[in-house]
Design a protein around this ligand. Sequence first.
Ligand code: SAM
Ligand code: SF4
Ligand code: SF4
Length: 337
Amino acid sequence: MPIATLDQLSRPVRDLRLSVTDRCNFRCPYCMPRSKFGADHAFSPRAELLTYEELARLVGIFAGLGVTKVRLTGGEPLLRRDLETLIAMIAATPGIDDVALTTNGSLLADRAATLRAAGLRRITVSLDSVDPQMFAAMTDSPIALDTVLGGIAAAQAAGLTPVKVNAVVQRGVNEAGLLDLAEFARQQGLVLRFIEYMDVGTTNEWQSGAVVPAAEIIERIAAVHPLEPIAATIRGEVARRWRYTDGGGEIGVIASVTQPFCTDCTRARVTATGELFTCLFAARGRDLRGLLRAGASDAELVDLIVGVWHARTDRYSEQRSADHQSGRRAEMSYLGG
Ligand code: SAM
Ligand code: SF4
Ligand code: SF4
C-alpha cells in the first residue's frame, strides 16, 4: 500500500508530470517566444537530463507515495529519442495505471503506433487553430497544420482514442477560430479542451486582457451547439466538462485563471533536469538529480519527496490578484505543461 502523503491543504500526490526535454521544434509565442528562445538560447545540456533509468526509478518511488498517473511532456517530448523505451518502463511500474503524453503532434504521424504498443494509454495533442495561417502564427514554425492533423489521425488509427486536443485561447489572436475548432473536433470524434491563457513563466509578457474566460468560450459554442454540464467524476480533474445535447461528443474548459482548482491539485512535476516542482507558478524546484547521482537510496529519495510534498502550501491561481503577480518564475517549456 502506498504511504499516504498529504500536503498542508490535505491534498494527496496522485499525478506526476515528467518533462523529458526543454527543447521544442515550435516557438508558440505564449510559451517559447522566439525573441527569448532564439538560436543562441542555452537549453539544458544532455548530460544534465535525467536518463530513462533515473526517470523510471523516480516513477517507482512516486508510485509508492500514491501516484497512479504519469504524463510525459516537455518541451516537445517526441524530440527525445526512443521515448517508447521510457513509456514501456513506466507502464511496467507497479501502481501506475495510466501513462499519457502531451505533444504538439508534429512528430506523431510515424510514432503513434509504436507509442501505443509501448504502453501509452492516452494522448493530448496541442492545436490552437485549424486555419493554416493562424496555426503558423500560433506555432511560429514552418511545420504545416496538415502534419499535426496527420499525427492526430495516426493516433486515432493506433487506438489512442479518444484523442484529446488542447487549445489555448488568446483574446484577439485565435479566438475567432473557436467554433471552427469545435466543429473540427465534433467531426473527427476528438475531445477538445479549451485552456485559458495563463501567466506561466515571464517571457510571454502575459496580460490579463488576453485571457478569454472559460464561461465566454462555453457561451459562444453553446449558442451554436447547445451544451449541458457533465459532473466531475474524479478528484483532481482539472477540466470542466460539457456534452453536446445532440450527442456530438464533449468539450471541456481548463479555467485556471477564472475558476482556479488549486484545492484539488494533486500534481507533482519533475523537470527534464530533475527538479521537483509542486506548482506551475513556483520560481524554483528541489533538485532530485543530485541525490540520484550521488547514489542516494530509495529511502533517502522518499524522505526528500515526502518532505517537499508535506510542506506544500501552493495555491497560486487562487491567490492571483487582479494585478498579475510578477517576479521570477520557471518557464512552461522547462517545467512541463
Ligand atoms: N510541446 C507539447 C505541447 O505543446 O503539447 C508539450 C508541452 S506544452 C508546454 C504543454 C501544454 O502547455 C500545451 O498544451 C500548451 O498549449 C500549454 N501552454 C503553454 N504555455 C501556456 C500558457 N501560457 N497558458 C496556457 N497553456 C499553455
Ligand atoms: Fe513547444 Fe508546446 Fe511550448 Fe508550443 S506549447 S512552444 S509546442 S512546448
Ligand atoms: Fe496546482 Fe499551482 Fe496550478 Fe494551483 S496554481 S492548480 S497549486 S499548479
